[in-house]
Design a binder for this molecule. Structure first.
Ligand code: KG4
Ligand code: ZN
Length: 344
């Protein structure tokens, strides 16, 4: 079987993968930049772009060596070309186009979100998907940049059912962690500290919970957290940390689960994918799996390596597009936003 070489540089992680069109991942490498951005408490686009330039070609070399794939084994080169940080996207695209031109292969630009929507269908020696992409499914993509609920009747027709009106769920975790001085990105730290906390000790809002739609809002959580902190003596904050984290986490997870359940009740879909960096959250995983059991659903949450930004998911999306005869032109470039035709 032939392979696709895939490159993902839309945000702060540089990733390169070699993937089969059936979703089998031969190799998926990533260079994480968290340390470079941590001193600034958020992603600095200039630093992200520069680091991608340093890492992308060494990763391509390593990925080809590890998979023993030669350019003759490749169907094409897939790369994220939207949405994302423009300077970061340029690095991946320029690399992908140059490689494709020199190897006389097609290249295909992929919407990063399509990657997340297919991430559950990747497979390797340790992970098998719970269902196939020919199945209709609902998908919740929750990360530092996106919080969107999709209906996928048939790949590649992705319908956006609802989205965050302000902050993404991961962004809410990161802002909360920053306010508590827990570092960046803070989602995983909040999750860890929350384990020993009381989830009902503090009240945080469940944004838009009562609205009859599938949208989310997480920006109110920041001011709610500020109010809670102001009501606490500074020396008490440390003792209260597990309860603060657990109560905050419960509010985010509740807001997501309320909309997911509303969507299930309306759509009657039986298959669900939960993806994006926030799907690493232990409480979201627990709640989503419980919810699946209650309603007899197949709830697929891919392993963390495929939930967070990775090139393997871009490789699968690109391989399916190449198989349908799609090609990107040499003139095509990056776009900071999705295109109007990307979603139904
Ligand atoms: O998908 P991802 O790696 O990159 C983006 O596309 O944003 O997601 C990163 C986000 C960050 O906001 C991070 O705080 C959050 O995912 N995150 C978590 C957890 N692990 C990562 N949020 C909550 N709980 C976690 N365990
Ligand atoms: Zn992402």
């Amino acid at each position: 079987m032939k392979f696709v070489l895939a490159i993902e540089t839309s945000c702060d992680d540089t990733s390169v993968a070699v993937v089969q069109p059936d979703g089998r991942v031969l190799v998926c490498l990533a260079q994480n930049q968290d340390k470079a951005h941590a001193p600034y408490g958020g992603i600095v686009p200039e630093i992200a772009g520069r680091n991608h330039t340093d890492h992308v070609l060494p990763l391509v070399e390593q990925a080809l060596a590890a998979s023993r794939a030669t350019p003759q084994d490749l169907l094409g080169v897939a790369v994220t070309n939207r949405p994302g940080l423009i300077g970061s996207l340029f690095v991946g695209i320029a690399t992908a186009k140059s490689l494709a031109m020199s190897w006389e292969l097609p290249w295909i630009g992929v919407n990063h979100l399509e990657g997340h929507l297919l991430a559950g269908f990747l497979q390797d020696d340790e992970y098998e998907p719970m269902f196939h992409w020919d199945q209709s499914y609902g998908a919740l993509a929750v990360s530092g940049g996106h919080s969107t609920l999709y209906e996928v009747q048939s790949v590649p027709e992705y319908r956006v059912m609802g989205s965050t009106l302000d902050d993404a769920a991961g962004e809410a975790f990161d802002k909360f962690a920053k306010m508590l001085g827990l570092g960046f990105p803070g989602g995983a730290v909040v999750d860890k500290i929350a384990r020993t906390g009381d989830r009902s000790r503090y009240e945080f809002p469940r944004g838009l919970a009562r609205e009859e739609n599938f949208n989310f809002s997480f920006s109110g959580l920041k001011s709610a957290a500020q109010r809670v902190f102001q009501g606490l003596a500074p020396e008490k904050i440390n003792d209260e940390l597990p309860h603060l984290c657990a109560s905050f986490q419960e509010a985010v997870v509740d807001a997501l689960m309320i909309k997911l359940e509303r969507f299930r009740a309306k759509s009657r879909l039986q298959h669900y994918l939960i993806t994006g960096g926030v799907s690493a959250n232990s409480r979201l995983r627990e709640r989503a799996l419980e919810w699946g059991k209650t309603h007899g659903l197949a709830v697929m949450i891919p392993p963390l390596r495929y939930c967070t930004d990775n090139a393997a998911m871009i490789g699968l999306a690109g391989a399916l597009r190449l198989a349908r005869g799609e090609r990107s032109s040499w003139q095509e470039s990056a776009s900071p936003a999705s295109r109007s035709g990307d979603f139904l």
